[in-house]
Structures are given as structure tokens and as C-alpha cells.
Design a protein. Structure first.
Lengths: 90, 417
């Protein structure tokens, strides 16, 4: 599996830190209910097939990426920056 | 059909022509008392203990593939009870006791081999932690022995003791730990469950649940609709998909874990050796292959195969620990789908739907748990009460934060186990 970083191009997965489901971007507000926080922290759709998850290009540009990929075939379909202005470290 | 030395002798003298199939291949009936979804190790042991301990024999195990085709056939066969935390430790302690009597219970040779498991430590701090763990193991009645470097040099002369990054300071030995033949565990439980009247229905995929007024009444399958008073999900890596059909979202992320086996070699590794700091553990099968594995690849996956970087990492760790294995040729590698829970510990619980139960979250440690998991799950299904060894394996611990069992001490979060 290789990931196409929008800043750096196609790279070895060893350069990336895996965060998990893109669900992590929808952080509840502090005053939100316990069940919302529980869902955010623990519950996952965990699809077999196309998913979106968060990867950090730790040994590259240091950009946070949303990777659309297939968990059954390991095909990487699309990669975008979490923050489209994120040019990473120069 | 019972196995015995006399029977084996008799069959061998008559050309082995009179052995019969281990279990029937029945068509599904229209209704059962209990349907178990998943014909893996945990599902089969659940069926066996439902019949054996609770007298519930009108049971079907529905398996979408064939018996033993999932993680029960894709693991590294290690059996141990060296857990630290209350809530986990008594469960695995119970499981090891069941393992020790399993062959007699099932009348089946599961090749249980209590060859001892040695965990290595590499610093004073880690040694202190191992002493604490050993004391915890002994205090609940299991065996644990601290080994000095001198002890280890006699037992395992081939290790690299002078590794600059991870010099070996000692080890924690559990003599009662070891390995068992994984396929035989599935076959033994399947045969024993079938003997007690359980229907094992293979190539039967569950496609939906029948739920009326918040109560499960049966399942829809690729072989038609089947009614049941109670339905028990135990499908390891596929837990999220099956639960989703009942509208349940689980605290599970499925990951890939790889393992490897070399060509057959003469006996050299007599124990199970765990090099935790290097994410590497190894044993030698009875056929002579070195069976070893490491850590998760580290990203959500259902591929049943991993990527090369983790393979390289595992081989490097193996070479660092025991340079002699460098000349062994790797024959096969495989990957299993691990149902990872946030704290790294499992779930055996009721669900929000009456009569629907779930057993999941075994992470990368499901094999050793097979007997006790089935035992506790059968108790929960039959009595609707939690068995005392598994009373902490509840969903509510994630929401409340109370009774979390984070063996690695890294936090209750998905990407940390």
C-alpha cells in the first residue's frame, strides 16, 4: 500500500502515522452529551470496503491527510489535505 | 464415534476404512432455541458449553464459509494466562484450566503442549514490572517464575544477550503456557457440539435479523429464514458488519495482524519466546516450522493480508533476538482480521435488543480465550447473567470509563492497541 500525498506525491506507508477514522474530525463540544462523546471516542462504522481515514505525513511534509481507500483490497482511491491550505513544513 | 487407543489400533489393522465423518451436515431447521452466528473457535465452544453445561441442545451454529476457515485457522496457536489486570486475569486463568482438561472433555487430541512461555525483559524497570506481574499471576493461583540471565542462557543459549538496544536482563516464565493445534481445537469443539445435538450449518451466511418490538425473533440467511428465541453473534473481525444489520454500532475497528512460518527445521526452540520490546514472538511447531509474528500493521483492514514494511520489521526483530534464524526460509505468511476494541480487552455482553447477544473485541488474543469465552458466553446466553470470570467484559465500561482493562497502559483509544 502506498499513499499519494498531495504535497509530496506517492510515498511508502512507513512515512505515515495512522490516526484512524475521519470520525475523529467531528469532535463534540465540551458541553455535548456523554453519549455523543462516547460515540466520538469509541464507536466506529468500521466498514469493509471504501472508508475515509486520517493519516499524518510524519516523515514527509507533516501534513494531515484524509485518505479514501478500500479496506478489502488496500486500494488507495483519493487523498486530500484535511486543511486545503496545509502546505506542510517547507 | 469415540477415539481411544484401542480404536486407533483396530482401525489401523483394518485399513482405516471405518472412520466416520466428525460431524453431520444437516439442513437448517425452521426454528431453534439458540442460533450462534459464526462457526469459529469461540462460536463452536459456545455451542459446546450451551449443550454440555446448560442442556440447551436445540442450537444451530451458522457459518458463512466452512468450520475453521476464519481466525481459528489463522493464528499462532499460543495458550497462556499471564495477564495482569483484574477482570482479565481471572478470565485467562479459567481459560488455561479449561485448556488443561480440554482433550479429556472433548475426547479429541488438540495437541495441547505446555512447553512454557518466556517473556523477555530488557531494563531494570521492565524487570520490576515483570516481578509485579509474576506476583499477580501467583496470587490468583497460576504459576510464574522469574528467570535470571544465567537461567536464560542455559534454556535459550542461542539468543543475542548483548544487543546494544535491548540487552536481555531476565525473563518471566509460565511453565503451564504453551501451544495447541489450532485446527484441532475447532474440529474438537465442532465434533463435541455435534455429538450433543447442535446443528453445524456451513455455507450459510446471515443477511439480516428479524426484530419485533425490540426483541430478536430470528435471522435471515442465504439458506432462508430461521427463527430463534435467542441469537448470539460471535464473528470476530466481521463483528461491525453483522451488528450493523441489527442497527448496532460497535466500539470496534478491524485491523490486520500478520504471522509467518518457515520451512520445517530440526527441533531448536523448545518454548514460546516473547520479545515484547521488539514486537516479536516465536515458537516451533511439531512439524518443525518456526511460527512467529509481531504487531498489527496499524491501519484498519479486512484484506486478510498485510504489507511488506511490517514483515520487514518482524524479520528484523527476529534477527536481532536470535541471529541464527536468518538462514531459515519463510514458507508462508498470512493475515487475520482483528476486532480491536479501544482498551484492548473483549466484550461478552447483551445488546440493546432483547435476546441478541454479542461476543467480540478479542483483538489479537482470541485463540487462548476460546474455551473460557465459550464457557462465559454460553452462561450469559442461557441464564442472562454474567459469568464471574467475564463480568467486566461489558459495553458500559467504555462510556463510563470504569473497569477499563488497558493491559498495555496506553489509553482507551482506537489507534493505541
Amino acid at each position: 500500500m502506498r499513499i499519494i500525498c498531495p504535497n509530496c506525491g506517492e510515498r511508502d506507508i512507513r512515512e505515515f502515522y495512522y490516526r484512524g477514522s475521519v470520525n475523529d474530525l467531528d469532535r463534540p463540544k465540551l458541553e455535548d452529551s456523554l453519549s455523543n462523546w462516547h460515540a466520538f471516542l469509541h464507536l466506529r462504522d468500521n466498514e469493509a470496503g471504501e472508508i475515509r481515514d486520517l493519516w499524518y505525513h510524519e516523515r514527509g511534509c507533516n501534513g494531515w491527510l484524509i485518505v479514501t481507500r478500500n479496506t478489502v483490497t488496500h486500494e488507495v482511491i483519493r487523498t486530500e489535505l484535511v486543511n486545503s491550505n496545509d502546505e506542510g513544513l517547507t | 464415534m469415540r477415539f481411544s487407543a484401542l480404536r486407533i489400533l483396530k482401525e489401523s489393522l483394518t485399513g482405516n476404512k471405518n472412520w466416520t465423518p466428525h460431524w453431520r451436515s444437516p439442513s437448517p431447521k425452521s426454528a431453534y432455541d439458540v442460533i450462534i452466528i459464526g462457526g469459529g473457535g469461540h462460536g463452536l465452544s459456545t455451542a459446546y458449553y450451551l449443550a454440555q453445561n446448560h442442556g440447551i441442545r436445540n442450537v444451530a451454529v451458522l457459518e458463512k464459509g466452512h468450520i475453521g476457515s476464519g481466525n481459528i485457522g489463522r493464528n499462532t496457536t499460543i495458550v497462556r494466562a499471564n495477564y495482569l489486570l483484574p477482570g482479565n486475569s481471572e478470565f485467562y486463568s479459567h481459560s488455561l484450566k479449561l485448556w488443561e482438561g480440554l482433550e479429556t472433555d472433548l475426547n479429541y487430541n488438540v495437541m495441547m503442549s505446555q512447553r512454557g512461555l518466556i517473556m523477555l525483559c530488557h531494563s531494570d524497570g521492565q524487570r520490576d514490572a515483570f516481578v509485579r506481574r509474576a506476583n499477580a499471576m501467583r496470587s490468583r493461583g497460576d504459576d510464574a517464575h522469574m528467570l535470571s540471565v544465567e537461567d536464560l542462557r542455559k534454556l535459550l543459549p542461542y539468543l543475542n544477550y548483548e544487543n546494544a538496544r535491548f540487552p536481555i536482563y531476565g525473563g518471566l516464565l509460565q511453565k503451564r503456557a504453551g501451544t495447541a493445534r489450532h485446527d484441532a481445537v475447532a474440529w474438537g469443539y465442532a465434533r463435541a457440539a455435534d455429538e450433543r445435538g447442535v446443528d453445524l450449518i456451513q455455507n450459510c451466511e446471515v443477511t439480516g435479523f428479524s426484530i419485533n418490538n425490540g426483541r430478536v425473533t430470528g435471522v435471515e440467511t442465504s439458506r432462508g429464514k430461521i427463527e430463534a428465541n435467542k441469537v448470539a453473534i460471535v464473528v470476530a473481525g466481521r463483528s461491525s458488519q453483522v451488528a450493523q444489520m441489527a442497527g448496532i454500532r460497535l466500539p470496534i475497528e478491524s485491523h490486520i495482524l500478520q504471522a509467518f512460518v518457515t520451512e520445517g527445521l530440526k527441533p531448536v526452540i523448545n518454548n514460546v519466546i516473547s520479545f515484547g520490546m521488539g514486537h516479536f514472538y516465536i515458537s516451533q511447531s511439531d512439524k518443525g516450522g518456526l511460527v512467529f509474528g509481531g504487531d498489527l500493521d496499524g491501519y484498519a483492514s479486512y484484506a486478510q493480508r498485510g504489507n511488506l514494511p511490517l514483515m520487514e520489521h518482524v524479520f528484523e526483530a527476529g534477527m536481532a533476538l536470535m541471529p541464527m534464524i536468518g538462514k531459515a526460509k519463510v514458507l508462508r505468511s498470512w493475515g487475520g482480521i482483528m476486532d480491536m476494541s479501544p482498551d484492548g480487552s473483549p466484550i461478552i455482553d447483551k445488546t440493546s435488543i432483547d435476546g441478541l447477544f454479542i461476543n467480540c473485541g478479542w483483538c489479537y488474543g482470541g485463540f487462548k480465550a476460546v474455551p473460557a469465552s465459550g464457557y462465559a458466553y454460553a452462561h450469559l446466553i442461557a441464564t442472562e447473567n454474567y459469568f464471574h470470570t467475564a463480568s467486566n467484559y461489558r459495553f458500559e465500561r467504555f462510556q463510563s470509563g470504569y473497569n477499563l482493562m488497558d493491559e498495555e497502559g496506553t489509553g482507551s483509544q482506537h489507534n493505541l492497541h
